[in-house]
Each structure stands twice: as structure tokens, then as C-alpha cells.
Ligand binder design. Structure first.
Ligand code: HAM
Length: 424
């Protein structure tokens, strides 16, 4: 039996890569417009980095990491997210001496052993942004606006909802968890099995449960916003004020808790109604204290990650991958030898060109040209060569014209330029 890809791990096929390139291009364009610089990080790290960074009690660290010993006996883990790696690099390379905030972005594959379903994979891709060393709530609002500008650049703004919340500082959260438990314990019997377990381990996650039976209990739960310290409450108020100033709509969702332990104060998520259960297309928040916890300076931070697969799913069928502009069809060896340098010249001039190899029937080659989406086919057989001519066929209008072979490069360049202008 032929070997197949691992469960939950997908190939991104040529028919989809056009959309991926568009999403990656939009991310790069928007992030750089806001002054973020790219950093490229390894896809595996010492296991300890994630255990300390993400939190021992999180689903990610407890159940979802791809961890293995290498041949030297070191425990390594395929990164389940990028924030911990990025902070490790920030500390390791002494970024803290740079003017604050230090603005960085990175993108690439992440690995989580989750139950695969539509929009949820074991290898998936994130575009990840972090602003480091800045406490001012203006940076929270700016980071959130940048995220929404990314979606707007892809024409997805209308289909997404921005949810923001504050989960306070560590002390606020401890006080809230005590209040939450006091409320939830008497209702334990009405909660699903999973949530009953969460009461002992991670009660905040109950708020995130999607099981219908749990909803009536969750709806009446106390709000974390009532447990914020005056400083955390003021910070959140400022973030909301700055979002208003920038004209960015949002919903305050006090039940928004995130699946990683490192968050404090501002948290946010972007959701869609168009992808079923996997409705979060991006999420993030503030993580003051985390850099210190990783033995770095006491620099605060805030950032987010976008789930690229989910964004590509939202784009639907609207974008095709790049197709050649010109298909050169020699009929025979000598026509092939004459068209090879023409193809090279067009490619060097940036015109996407496909060259057939002269050994198939014209009909087959024309079918291929039509399927590839090429705009022009150039047909040259022995007869055309002898007459110093070439046939150019517009595959859209199906009209043919006859040109001098020597003029081909100039004529095709001009046609390609016109085709590009039409497309734009
Ligand atoms: P996260 O919420 O775990 O946050 O992931 C961010 C996004 O990645 C999710 O909203 C989702 O779109 C996508 N995602 C997560 N798991 C999967 C999966 N198994 N398959 C497909 N997509 C997935 C973080 O990772 C934080 N590091 C974000 C952050 C950066 N916070 C501060 N800085």
C-alpha cells in the first residue's frame, strides 16, 4: 500500500497555494506597515521552554505536544505555538536593549496533537506578531487594529467579529477563580463530564465550553470584569477608548478565556460564523511577566496568532493560483530548438511561460494550454519555420494571427503586458 500523509497533516496543493501566497502577502504588507520586522525561528525547541512558557496545566502541554528524545538524549518538542520560541530568541539575542516596543513577526508551521476535523489539524500554520517591552494600553489597541487591518486587506472584515476582554492580573484572576468556583460547585451536577473535571484542574475553561447543557450555567456565571483591580480596569478602559478613537468596532466578551496560561489583562479573539466549530481565526493577548518567567528581563508583551488554514478556508474559491501567460508549442525537434531561447527570454523578462517539448500532437498540447489557464498559445511547426512565421492563438477569444518568427519576443512581451494590465 502506498504511504499516505500522517493523520491531521495536509499537503497544500498547487490549486491552493495562490490563496496562501495572498494571505502571506497581506500579513507581511500589513505588519510591515505597522513597523514590525520578521524573525525566523526553529520549529523545535527544548521541551522545557513550552512547559514553562505555556503552562503545565494547559491542554497544549498536557496532551498535545509532539515530544521526543533526540539521539543525544535531549527532550525536544515540535513547537505548538510561536510565542515561547520568539521570547526565547528575544532573551537569547539581547533584544531588550533596543528601543521599546520591539516589534516582531514570524510565520510558519505549528504542531498540536489534537483531534483532527475541518479547520483543525495536527500541523497547521500561524502568522504570529509580538510587541515587546511596552506597558502602554495604546499598543494593545494598535496590535488589535493591525490584526483587523490584515483581515480587511483580504476583504474579510465584514465576516468577522472582534471579541475583547480583560482577565486582570494574576491576583485578580485568583480572586475570580475563587468566586467562579463558589458559583459553579453547586451546579456541578448540571455540567458536562469534561467541565466537572475542569472544576478541579482549570475552572476558567468551563466558560469556554460549547456543550449545550452547560450553557445555562455558564450564562449566569459571575463576570471576570467585576474582579479586576483598579489598575487592570483602568488599562482595559484605555484600550477600549483607543479602539474607539481608531474607529475599530468590538464586543466586550467577559467569558472570553484563552487556552494558554500566560495571559494577563487584555485578551482578544476574532471569530467567524462561517467555519462551524472551529470558529476562532485569530487570538492573542498580553503576557506581562512571561519574559521574566523565562529568565529574561521584566519586559511586558502583547501579541496574537492568526490561524492561516482558517483564513484560507474563509477565502473560499475566489482565488486561483498563478497560471502561465504564454504556452509555446513547437511541433518537432527543430521548432523546439528555435523556441527554447524565446521561452528563456520571456521568462527572464518576467513573463510566465510554458514550453512544450515538441513530441506530442498539437491537439493534446492545446488542451493542456487551455487547462493551464494560459492566455496565448504560440504554435510553430516545420512549415511555419520554413516560412519564417509563427501562429499566435488567443485562447480566450480563439482568434489566431500570423507573425514573423523573428518578431515573436517583442510581440509576446507586448501582449503579456496588455494581459497583465487587463487583469489588474
Ligand atoms: P491560539 O489561540 O492557541 O494562540 O492559536 C491562535 C490561532 O491558531 C487560533 O485562533 C486558530 O485560528 C489557530 N489554531 C490553533 N490550533 C489550531 C489547529 N490545531 N488547527 C488549525 N488552526 C489552529 C496562540 O497560539 C498564541 N501563541 C497567540 C499569541 C501570540 N498570544 C500572544 N502572542
Amino acid at each position: 500500500m502506498a504511504i499516505k500523509a500522517v493523520r491531521g497533516v495536509r499537503d497544500i496543493l498547487p490549486s491552493e497555494t495562490g490563496k496562501w501566497q495572498r494571505v502571506e502577502g497581506a500579513a507581511r504588507g500589513v505588519f510591515e506597515a505597522y513597523g514590525y520586522r520578521e524573525i525566523r525561528l526553529p520549529i523545535f525547541e527544548r521541551t522545557e521552554l513550552f512547559a514553562r512558557g505555556i503552562g503545565d496545566e494547559t491542554d497544549i502541554v498536557k496532551k498535545e505536544m509532539y515530544t521526543f528524545d533526540d539521539r543525544g538524549g535531549d527532550s525536544l518538542t515540535l513547537r505548538p505555538e510561536a510565542t515561547a520560541s520568539l521570547l526565547r530568541a528575544y532573551i537569547e539575542h539581547g533584544f531588550q536593549v533596543e528601543p521599546k516596543p520591539v516589534r516582531l513577526y514570524t510565520a510558519g508551521p505549528m504542531f498540536r496533537y489534537e483531534r483532527p476535523q475541518a479547520g483543525r489539524y495536527r500541523q497547521f500554520h500561524q502568522a504570529n506578531v509580538e510587541a515587546l517591552g511596552e506597558l502602554n494600553p495604546a499598543v494593545d489597541a494598535e496590535v488589535i487594529c493591525m490584526l483587523m487591518d490584515f483581515f480587511r486587506a483580504l476583504g474579510l472584515g465584514e465576516r468577522l467579529a472582534l471579541h475583547v476582554n480583560s482577565i486582570g492580573d494574576a491576583g485578580d484572576r485568583a480572586a475570580y477563580i475563587a468566586r467562579l468556583l463558589e458559583y459553579l460547585r453547586p451546579h456541578a451536577a448540571s455540567l458536562c463530564g469534561e467541565c466537572q473535571g475542569r472544576l478541579g484542574r482549570n475552572p476558567l475553561r468551563v466558560l469556554d465550553c460549547k456543550v449545550p447543557d452547560c450553557q445555562p450555567v455558564i450564562e449566569k456565571a459571575p463576570s471576570i470584569l467585576d474582579s479586576l483591580s483598579p489598575e487592570a480596569a483602568k488599562h482595559f478602559e484605555s484600550v477600549r477608548g483607543y479602539l474607539d478613537v481608531m474607529g475599530q468596532p468590538y464586543t466586550v466578551t467577559p467569558r472570553l478565556v484563552r487556552g494558554l496560561d500566560y495571559y494577563v489583562r487584555t485578551t482578544f479573539e476574532v471569530k467567524t460564523a462561517d467555519l462551524g466549530a472551529q470558529d476562532a481565526v485569530a487570538g492573542g493577548g498580553r503576557y506581562d511577566g512571561l519574559i521574566e518567567q523565562l529568565d529574561g528581563p521584566a519586559d511586558p508583551g502583547i501579541g496574537f496568532a492568526i490561524g492561516m488554514e482558517r483564513v484560507v478556508l474563509l477565502l473560499g474559491e475566489q482565488h486561483q493560483s498563478a497560471s502561465p501567460v504564454v504556452q509555446l508549442i513547437p511541433l518537432g525537434e527543430e521548432p523546439l530548438r528555435r523556441l527554447m531561447p524565446v521561452a528563456r527570454g520571456l521568462r527572464q523578462a518576467g513573463v510566465a511561460t510554458e514550453l512544450a517539448y515538441g513530441d506530442r500532437k498539437l491537439q493534446r498540447e492545446l488542451e493542456r494550454a487551455n487547462r493551464s489557464g494560459a492566455r496565448y498559445a504560440v504554435i510553430v511547426g516545420e512549415t511555419e519555420l520554413a516560412a519564417g512565421r509563427a501562429v499566435i492563438r488567443d485562447l480566450r477569444s480563439r482568434q489566431q494571427r500570423d507573425e514573423a518568427f523573428a518578431e515573436l519576443p517583442g510581440v509576446l512581451l507586448a501582449l503579456a503586458r496588455e494581459a497583465r494590465a487587463e487583469r489588474a
